[in-house]
Design a protein around this ligand. Structure first.
Ligand SMILES: Cc1ncc(COP(=O)(O)O)c(C=O)c1O
Length: 495
């Protein structure tokens, strides 16, 4: 590392600020020329300074794809702060980082082991790379009706069956904050001398407090992709890809990132990464101590409200793949109020001025971060107290429990991949009535919520059982993502 700068410095943000102030006639992009030509309606709302800093790759500002100046320095400071050997700034979210991580480790027809409940960016990575997924079913939590993580044992088994796999990818933590045993998984994966990639989109804060789950890098993962914008102070889309060790080829990561990122990256987004890193390096511990404190208060008080069940601490320690829970992620089960998570969410949003991160049939999930205040938590408490009084305690609401355990009944999920997701994506497709799709190859990835585990995957053979399961979920009040025909009367198959 060539950086002699301290964590208090923000080389990229400082250079951007200097450029924004400098006096010159701009004959470069963007066309609004430092805000002079921007629509006045934008200035009215956001002021002038943000547009003065919306600059392209001027000499002082370095180049994201060949960083030698301030971007290089900012990335090196980030690597130091997060515990990586090398860090890349991302302007297209963790989405592009995950796609690049897969392309940097797998070529066409190479096998990659991964859980079935991955984010859509992973499926995009499979399509772009041509890699062959070896899916592991995540552990299913019938109490919450959601999918969790995968166990070290299931990884061991998959590696034993596919010793030629080129990489393993896991989600750490899940959307619900559940963290698998990544230390054991990393050790197992490294026995095969292949990389462990972490979709750590929701875990960027882990490196900055000992009371949070171990960060992916500290646990031994080779590549960790983090949405700095999700749980820390960067702007939306601003993310980072970190790598360590010598199993992965860093040049391949750089090259892959050039395929999936803009050649006009936003300096405002990149400067927000520089600033968020400095903020965490200097004050991360105290800011997160405060966040942990308000999260704890919220949990303690919410669980006293009748009808609510709060995911307090991971109840299945060592089971269901769960090993740890991010205490700043709050999942509240509202089924005992006699309403669905969707209904509760609507009441909170339209009547009680509370916006959640995620609603599902049974649960609501809230992200608590360094940007939340005690006042937010007080408001949340008040809102749930009101909701509990308003809600029709309808224990006979059959919808509420009807999707539960359905997943357990889907014993014979046929995961047989006939053609790669890439081949399926580019193949001609046709739309068929449901009962004519059995034994055909799916041209869609269809995922029921709950529990959020795709039942049909692009390139897989469609079974009668899978289709009946999807129909059952829909009938029971769940919803499906990924199907062109949301009524599920037809499915797209490979022609
Ligand atoms: C588990 C997971 N991985 C990856 C992503 C993609 O992250 P980004 O929004 O930064 O592109 C998301 C986004 O919601 C996610 O939830």
């Amino acid at each position: 590392m060539t950086n002699s700068l301290s964590q208090a410095q923000t080389p990229l943000l400082t250079a951007l600020y200097e450029c924004a102030k400098s006096s010159h006639a701009p004959f470069y992009t963007p066309g609004h020329k430092r805000g002079v030509g921007i629509s006045p309606s934008l200035i009215d709302i956001f002021g002038k300074s943000v547009f003065a800093a919306d600059l392209p790759e001027l000499t002082e500002l370095d180049n994201l794809f060949a960083p030698e100046g301030v971007i290089n320095q900012a990335q090196e400071l980030a690597a130091q702060a997060f515990g990586a050997t090398r860090t890349w700034f991302l302007v297209n979210g963790s989405t592009c980082g995950i796609e690049a991580a897969i392309m940097a480790t797998c070529g066409a027809k190479d096998k990659i082991i991964l859980p079935r409940n991955v984010h859509s960016s992973v499926i995009a990575g499979l399509i772009l790379s041509g890699a062959i997924p070896i899916f592991i079913n995540p552990e299913y939590d019938a109490v919450l009706d959601i999918a969790h993580t995968i166990t070290p044992e299931s990884i061991t088994q998959a590696l034993h069956q596919h010793p030629d796999a080129k990489a393993v990818l896991i989600v750490y933590p899940t959307y619900y904050g559940v963290c698998g045993d990544v230390v054991s998984i990393a050790k197992k994966v490294h026995e095969y001398n292949i990389p462990l990639i972490l979709d750590e989109a929701h875990g960027a804060h882990f490196a900055f407090h000992p009371d949070l789950p171990t960060s992916g890098l500290a646990a031994g993962a080779d590549i960790c992709v983090q949405s700095i914008h999700k749980t820390l102070g960067a702007m939306t889309q601003a993310s980072m890809l970190h790598a360590q060790g010598n199993i992965v080829n860093y040049e391949r990561i750089s090259k892959a990132l050039q395929l999936v990122q803009s050649t006009s990256p936003s300096y405002i987004l990149m400067a927000s990464l520089d600033a968020a890193r400095a903020q965490m390096a200097l004050q991360g511990h105290s800011l997160i101590t405060q966040t942990l404190h308000i999260s704890h208060t919220a949990r303690q008080n919410l669980k006293k409200i009748p009808g609510l069940s709060v995911y307090q601490s991971y109840p299945y320690q060592g089971g269901l793949g769960g090993f740890n829970l991010d205490p700043t992620r709050l999942t509240i089960n509202v089924s005992n109020l006699g309403i669905t998570g969707f209904e509760a969410d609507e009441i909170l949003e339209t009547q009680l001025e509370i916006r959640s991160e995620l609603a599902s049939l049974h649960n609501l999930t809230f992200i608590i971060s360094i940007g939340n205040t005690q006042q937010d938590i007080d408001k949340l408490m008040q809102a749930f107290n009101t909701l509990a009084k308003m809600a029709p305690v309808n224990k006979n609401n059959t919808n509420l429990n009807s999707t539960k355990y359905l997943w357990n009944n889907l014993t014979a999920l046929n995961n047989s991949l006939h053609i790669s997701p890439r081949e399926a994506y580019f193949a001609a497709s046709e739309t068929l009535p449901l009962d004519q799709t059995y034994s055909r190859i799916s041209a869609e990835t269809i995922c029921p919520y709950p529990p959020g585990i795709p039942v049909l995957m692009l390139g897989e053979v469609i079974t009668k059982e899978a289709v009946e399961y999807l129909q059952e979920v829909k009938k029971s009040g769940g919803f499906l993502t990924g199907c062109t025909d949301t009524s599920l009367k037809t499915i797209k198959v490979i022609a």
